[in-house]
Design a protein around this ligand. Structure first.
Ligand SMILES: C[S@@+](CC[C@H](N)C(=O)[O-])C[C@H]1O[C@@H](n2cnc3c(N)ncnc32)[C@H](O)[C@@H]1O
Length: 183
């Protein structure tokens, strides 16, 4: 899905967000059981916003989605899409720093879909996410089988446990390795 560099380029945003992808990784199926109206939720490495847009519909008018990415171009695509759907007021768009996401808000739910393997320091990254989860807040990590071996995924899961996250379940998601954590 991505080019050879560590970060998936915005130039292939269309591969991440299109009707076929949304059939394979149906946001409602994947996230519907975790997100409720009124919640504040986080889409980490949101890319072109496949999940951010769906999450904004799930949290409703009183909820908020904080969509974070390191590439301004991805955020620009999401900005346009949010406007097209009339969802600008529900989606807070933030550019992540190279080492820190830099969030001050606490969130009910965080999604890290196909992005943790792109982060250079998974421990610092997961520690920061754990710190912004509300008590009982959840984090869903999903990684692509194509790029992340079972061993590499287990190492990331160990790191998540080390930073204080408790594994709850392993949701079945096509072509993916996944784990749901609670704070
Ligand atoms: C493979 S894409 C996945 C996009 C989206 N989550 C999806 O599944 O459609 C990975 C995204 O993570 C972003 N990313 C990589 N490292 C990041 C970091 N340290 N902080 C924030 N975003 C990052 C990339 O810019 C890219 O948009």
């Amino acid at each position: 899905m991505c080019e050879t560099s560590r970060i998936c380029s915005w130039k292939i945003a269309h591969v991440l967000d299109n009707p076929i992808r949304r059939l394979i990784h149906n946001p409602q199926e994947i996230l519907g059981g975790h997100i409720k109206p009124g919640q504040t939720v986080l889409d980490l490495g949101c890319g072109p916003g496949t999940f951010s847009i769906a999450m904004a519909k799930m949290v409703g008018e009183s909820g908020r989605v904080i969509a974070v990415d390191i590439q301004e171009e991805m955020l620009q695509i999401l900005r346009k899409k949010a406007a097209l759907h009339g969802l600008e007021s529900r989606i807070i768009i933030r550019k992540s720093g190279p080492d820190r996401i830099g969030l001050s808000e606490k969130v009910d739910f965080a999604l890290a879909f196909y992005m943790v393997h792109e982060v250079p320091n998974a421990k610092d990254f997961l520690k920061e996410i754990a710190s912004v989860l509300k008590p009982n807040g959840k984090l869903l990590i999903v990684e692509p089988k194509m790029h992340v071996s079972a061993d590499a995924f287990e190492k990331t899961m160990d790191i998540a446990r080390q930073v204080g996250l408790s594994p709850i379940s392993e949701p079945k998601i096509r072509f993916s390795r996944s784990k749901l954590f609670s704070r």
